[in-house]
Design a protein around this ligand. Structure first.
Ligand SMILES: *Cc1c(COP(=O)(O)O)cnc(C)c1O
Length: 345
C-alpha cells in the first residue's frame, strides 16, 4: 500500500508553513487592505500576488483536464523539479533513479540536495523497462524520474512500461511531459487521478511559447500538491507571470496552430537531414526537436557556430556520440541551417 507520510521527510511532514497576509485573508469582499505592509501607491504592482494563483489554476484545470487542487505552479519546471528532492529525500541517505540520457536538471538538483543519483542507461532505441528501473532501486530510493517525450533523444517511452513502473514502485514516480503537446500519443497527465504516487510535469516554455515568464506545473494528488504548497516560497509566481499566462491561455487555438506548423517543419527538416551526406541517422521524435547522428558532430557544430547558427552538441552525452540536437525553428531559420549544412565540406 502506498503511504505518503512514510515517504515524506519528517521535518516537512510536520512543517508549519509561513502564513502570509494574503493566505490568512482569503475573502473577496474587502476594499481596504492594510494588512501586508504594502505601499498604497504604484498600482497595480504595489500589491502581493495571489500566493496560490487560483485564477490561473482555474483556467489551466479546464485546459489540462486536471482538478484545480491537483495543480502546483512554480518558477519554471525548475522549481517543480527541485521541490520533490526537498520534500522526499533525506540528504546523504536517500537516492533517486532516472533514465539516462535525459534532461540534466534532475541530476543537478540531486547534486545540490546531496541526494545520490542512479542513472539507468536506455537501450539502443532509447527505451527502458520497468524491471531495469526497479532493479536499480533499494529501500532508500524515493523517486524514479521519467521524461516522455525524452530530452535529448526526442522519443516517447513505452506507455506500458511507464504504467508498470507507477504500479510496481512504492515511492514517487515523476513523469516530465514538457514536450507532450508535440507527441502523436495521448499525454498521461490524467493518470494522476488514478495513481497516488505519480507526479506529472508540464511547462509553458515549449508549446505555449512562454519560456521567458518562467511558469512550470506539477500535477499530482491533492495531498502531494498541498505539501508542495507548504514548502514553496510564499509568492513563487509573480503577478506579471500570472497575468501573461492568463493572456496566453485565452487562445488555445493559437497554440494548436503553432504546434501544427512546427510539426510540419519537423517533418520537412527530418527529410532534408536524411538527404545530407554528413547525416548518418535521424532518430524518431515526438518533440519540437530531433536528434541526428552526424559524421563529425564537433566539427559540424563549430562550423555552424562560425555561420552564426547554434544547435545543441550532444556528442559527449551517453548513447549520443556524434549527435546534434536540432530545435525546430521558423521556416526561414530552418532553411538557413539546411543551406549552411549543404555547403559544409
Ligand atoms: C525544456 C524542458 C523543461 C522546461 O523547463 P522550464 O524550467 O519550465 O523552462 C522541462 N523539462 C524538460 C525535459 C525540458 O526539456
Amino acid at each position: 500500500m502506498f503511504n505518503l507520510q512514510e515517504l515524506v521527510r519528517k521535518n516537512i511532514w510536520s512543517l508549519a508553513p509561513y502564513s502570509s497576509a494574503r493566505n490568512e485573508y482569503a475573502g473577496r469582499e474587502a476594499r481596504v487592505f492594510l494588512d501586508a505592509n504594502e505601499n498604497p501607491y504604484g498600482e497595480p504592482l504595489n500589491r502581493y500576488p495571489d500566493p496560490l494563483q487560483l485564477e490561473l489554476k482555474k483556467r489551466l484545470a479546464a485546459i489540462k483536464g486536471i482538478p484545480e487542487d491537483c495543480i502546483f505552479l512554480g518558477n519554471g519546471s525548475d522549481e517543480a523539479i527541485d521541490l520533490p528532492y526537498r520534500i522526499f529525500c533525506q540528504p546523504g541517505i536517500d537516492n533517486v533513479v532516472a533514465i539516462e540520457p535525459t534532461y540534466g536538471m534532475y541530476r543537478v538538483c540531486a547534486d545540490i540536495n546531496d541526494v545520490e543519483y542512479r542513472p539507468v542507461l536506455l537501450d539502443e532505441h532509447f527505451q527502458t523497462t520497468a524491471d531495469d528501473l526497479l532493479n536499480a532501486c533499494d529501500e532508500h530510493t524515493k523517486i524514479i524520474w521519467l521524461c516522455s517525450p525524452n530530452n535529448p533523444t526526442g522519443n516517447s517511452l513505452h506507455k506500458e512500461e511507464i504504467l508498470k513502473v507507477i504500479q510496481q514502485f512504492q515511492g514517487i514516480v515523476i513523469l516530465d511531459e514538457a514536450y507532450s503537446d508535440f507527441a502523436s500519443q495521448q499525454p498521461m497527465r490524467r493518470e494522476i487521478l488514478k495513481h497516488p504516487n505519480l507526479i506529472v510535469l508540464n511547462t509553458m516554455s515549449k508549446a505555449w511559447a512562454s519560456a521567458a515568464i518562467r511558469l512550470g506545473m506539477a500535477f499530482a494528488s491533492k495531498e502531494i500538491i498541498s505539501i508542495f504548497n507548504k514548502v514553496k516560497y510564499p509568492y513563487n509566481v509573480n503577478l506579471l507571470t500570472q497575468q501573461q499566462a492568463l493572456k496566453v491561455l485565452e487562445d488555445p487555438f493559437e497554440v494548436d496552430k503553432c504546434v501544427k506548423l512546427l510539426l510540419q517543419e519537423r517533418t520537412r527538416m527530418i527529410e532534408a537531414f536524411r538527404l545530407l551526406p554528413i547525416c548518418e541517422h535521424v532518430f524518431p521524435t515526438d518533440a519540437n526537436f530531433f536528434l541526428a547522428r552526424m559524421t563529425d558532430a564537433q566539427q559540424i557544430y563549430n562550423y555552424l557556430v562560425d555561420c552564426g547558427i547554434i544547435v545543441r552538441n550532444r556528442n559527449h552525452i551517453k548513447l549520443c556520440n556524434n549527435c546534434l540536437r536540432i530545435t525546430i525553428g521558423k521556416k526561414s531559420e530552418n532553411n538557413e541551417l539546411l543551406s549552411a549544412l549543404r555547403q559544409y565540406k
